[in-house]
Design a binder for this molecule. Structure first.
Ligand SMILES: NC(=O)C1=CN([C@@H]2O[C@H](COP(=O)(O)OP(=O)(O)OC[C@H]3O[C@@H](n4cnc5c(N)ncnc54)[C@H](OP(=O)(O)O)[C@@H]3O)[C@@H](O)[C@H]2O)C=CC1
Ligand SMILES: C[C@H](O)[C@@H]1OC(=O)[C@H](O)[C@@H]1O
Length: 256
C-alpha cells in the first residue's frame, strides 16, 4: 500500500489569524479533515464565527482572543490550548497584514507593525509550540508566506522583507528541528480574495496586471490553499521539510 493518510483525525491544530480570509478557510478545512482547531485573532466575533463552522463539522474549537505580536499573549494562548487539549500537533502561522507604500514613505511605526505581525509573531509561535513538539518528538509547522517573499511585488518592501524572512525561517527551523521529527514548511500564495486584498481586486486595471503575469489567468480560490495546507499537516508530507509551496497559478515561474 503506498497512499499515505491525509486525515487529521485526533489531531489538534492552531491557526493564527483564523478570524477571516485564508486563516478562517484553513481552520475550517483542517476541521473538515478531522482535526480539532484552536483559532487565534483579536476580533472575538470573527473567531466565534469560525468556531461555529468548526463545531458544525463535529470538531472541537478553542477560541483565543490574542494579539500575536505580544509574547505574553502568545505564551498564554498556547498554554490555554495545551491545557484544554493536552497537545498541539500542528501550528499554522497565518496572521499577517500589510501597509502598502513605496520604500521612501515607510515610517518606523509601519515597518515595526508589519515586522511584528508577519514575522515576529510566526517566530514566537514557532518557538513556543516548537518546545512542546520537541518534547513530543513530533509536530508540523506551516507558515503562510507569499510570492512576495520570492519575487518583487509593488505591494511594499517591508511586507516583502517579512515574507522572504519567513521562507528562510522555515528552512532554519527545519534544519534544527528535523531530528525531533518536526516538519517545518511554508505556503506562498499569490492573490486570493480576502479582506486584505478585497479592495485591490476590485480595481480592474490592477487585476489586469495580475492576470498578465499569471499563467492560469485568474486569482486563487481559498479551497485551493486549503488542500496544500492539509497535505502539509498530514502524514502524506512527513518527509517534506524546509520547503515553500507556491500556490500561485504559475506566477513565480515568470515565463515569457
Ligand atoms: N490574501 C492574499 O492574497 C494573500 C495573503 N497572504 C498572507 O496570508 C495571510 C492571511 O492573509 P489574509 O487572509 O488575506 O488577511 P486578512 O486581513 O483577511 O486576515 C488576517 C487575519 O489575521 C488576523 N490578525 C492580524 N493582525 C493580528 C494580530 N496582531 N494579532 C492576532 N491576529 C491578527 C486578523 O484578525 P484580527 O484583525 O481580528 O486580529 C485576521 O483574522 C497573511 O499572512 C498574508 O500576508 C499571502 C499572499 C497573498
Ligand atoms: C500577494 C501579496 O502577498 C499580497 O498582495 C497584496 O496586495 C497584499 O498587500 C500582499 O502584498
Amino acid at each position: 500500500m503506498y497512499l499515505p493518510s491525509f486525515s487529521l483525525e485526533g489531531k489538534t491544530v492552531i491557526v493564527t489569524g483564523a478570524g477571516r480570509g485564508i486563516g478562517r478557510a484553513i481552520a475550517i478545512g483542517m476541521a473538515e479533515a478531522g482535526a480539532d482547531v484552536g483559532v487565534i485573532a483579536r476580533t472575538e466575533a470573527d473567531l466565534q464565527s469560525t468556531a461555529a463552522e468548526i463545531e458544525k463539522l463535529g470538531q472541537k474549537s478553542y477560541i483565543v482572543k490574542a494579539d500575536v505580536t505580544k509574547r505574553e499573549q502568545v505564551k498564554s494562548a498556547i498554554e490555554q490550548i495545551i491545557n484544554e487539549t493536552g497537545s498541539i500537533d500542528i501550528l499554522v502561522n497565518n496572521a499577517g497584514m500589510n501597509i502598502r507604500s513605496k520604500a521612501l514613505d515607510v515610517t518606523d511605526e509601519e515597518w515595526q507593525q508589519i515586522m511584528d505581525t508577519n514575522l515576529k509573531s510566526a517566530f514566537m509561535f514557532s518557538q513556543e509550540v516548537g518546545r512542546h513538539m520537541k518534547e513530543k518528538k513530533a509536530g508540523k509547522i506551516i507558515t503562510i508566506t507569499s510570492v512576495g517573499g520570492h519575487v518583487a511585488l509593488r505591494t511594499g518592501v517591508a511586507y516583502a522583507a517579512t515574507k522572504a524572512a519567513l521562507i528562510q525561517m522555515t528552512k532554519v527551523l527545519a534544519l534544527e528541528w528535523g531530528k525531533y521529527n518536526i516538519n517545518v514548511n511554508a505556503i506562498g500564495p499569490w492573490y486570493f480574495k480576502t479582506p486584505l486584498t478585497e479592495k485591490l481586486l476590485q480595481d480592474k486595471e490592477y487585476v489586469k496586471d495580475i492576470l498578465a503575469v499569471t499563467p492560469m489567468k485568474r486569482v486563487g480560490e481559498l479551497e485551493e490553499l486549503v488542500g496544500p495546507a492539509v497535505f502539509l499537516a498530514s502524514e502524506a508530507s512527513k518527509y517534506m521539510n524546509g520547503q515553500t509551496i507556491f500556490v500561485d497559478g504559475g506566477m513565480t515561474i515568470q515565463g515569457f
